[in-house]
Design a protein around this ligand. Structure first.
Ligand code: MN
Ligand code: MN
Length: 320
């Protein structure tokens, strides 16, 4: 079921053509896709340092550096699935956070109806809630959430829909099954313990960075597999899970984080789970003076693409 690119080519020189995610073809019709790569240029949910609205464009540019065959797993996602760049979610009411979230949900509902798995580039982390509203409409899903923060606060500055609250809302709205949610890489002082407390009290498995370091990548993967089982599972990767030495261009950097190779190992370990899509959020190009954060974001997207393509091809019977 391979889709060999037509318009923009993954085989053209990397510096040429209009940049799409992973140099895949721009395809707006979801019926032609198994996996849609989507940009969500939105940062009205960022409290302190915004700029995540510029994430998709820079991640697209840096994603021209990614190639096809994974050097460890040997997965070639482009041979397993029809993959294309669906462009960006449009925001006709960009100054209105809740209307914009509704625009995100409408966009992803078309993907769900067409049985297309989404892999998105944010955008601040508030975008994961309206995505989950679209794709978890029928039953609560599990989630592997890699982040410095639990993002389960009740509200910030009078809003209940910021990048610090999406997964509390998702539990309240019945979109996530908290007993099948694992949060990995949590750290950094808070002014209130309410986020940590909500995550733990709701039944999420919260792996602070100290426990991650103690257990190691393989044992954390085993813990993830135990928690999510064969439940349909979403992957949400906040770039601030990484140490700012690797990914400084983000809104809420926290030192003492994951290394890039730990995060890659973790994502590879998700192979075989019943994955339904994912996102990479919180890349903020205005704070990314070298462009490395966008490269890291593109690379994590490619890692997620490989394991999601493997899962989709197993479900659709399209694997070789
Ligand atoms: Mn986050
Ligand atoms: Mn975070």
């Amino acid at each position: 079921m391979a889709n060999e690119p037509n318009a923009t080519s993954r085989f053209a020189p990397r510096y040429s053509e209009i940049p799409t995610f992973m140099r895949t073809p721009l395809i707006r019709d979801p019926s032609k896709l198994d996996i849609a790569l989507v940009g969500v240029p939105f940062d009205a949910g960022a409290e302190n340092r915004p700029g995540q609205r510029h994430g998709p464009r820079e991640i697209r540019n840096m994603s021209s550096l990614t190639r096809s065959i994974h050097h460890v797993t040997k997965i070639n996602p482009y041979e397993l699935c029809r993959i294309g760049d669906m462009g960006d979610v449009a925001f006709p009411c960009a100054f209105d956070l809740e209307k914009s979230h509704a625009d995100i949900t409408r966009f992803y509902a078309t993907l769900r109806e067409a049985d297309v798995a989404p892999l998105s580039a944010g955008g601040d982390h508030s975008i994961s809630l309206p995505i989950l509203r679209a794709i978890a409409g029928r039953q609560p899903v599990g989630m592997v959430h890699i982040d410095a923060h639990t993002d389960t606060c009740d509200e910030e500055l009078g809003s209940r829909f910021t990048h610090g609250t999406p997964f509390r809302r998702a539990v309240e709205e019945g979109l996530l099954d908290p007993k099948r949610v694992v949060q990995i890489g949590i750290r950094g002082a808070q002014n209130s313990e309410e986020g940590w407390v909500f995550s733990l009290d709701s039944g999420m498995r919260v792996i602070f960075i100290e426990e991650f370091s103690r257990l190691g990548v393989e044992a954390v993967i085993a813990e993830v597999r135990r928690s999510v089982g064969d439940c349909p599972t979403y992957v949400s990767f906040d770039i601030d899970s990484l140490d700012p030495a690797f990914a400084p261009g983000t809104g809420t950097p926290e030192v003492g984080g994951l290394t890039t190779i730990e995060a890659q190992g973790l994502l590879r370990g998700l192979r075989g789970l019943n994955l339904i899509g994912g996102d990479v959020v919180e890349v903020s190009p205005p704070f990314d003076s070298t462009g490395n954060t966008a490269l890291v974001g593109a690379t994590m997207m490619y890692e997620i693409l490989c394991v999601v393509a493997d899962a989709v091809s197993q479900r659709k019977g399209t694997s070789k």
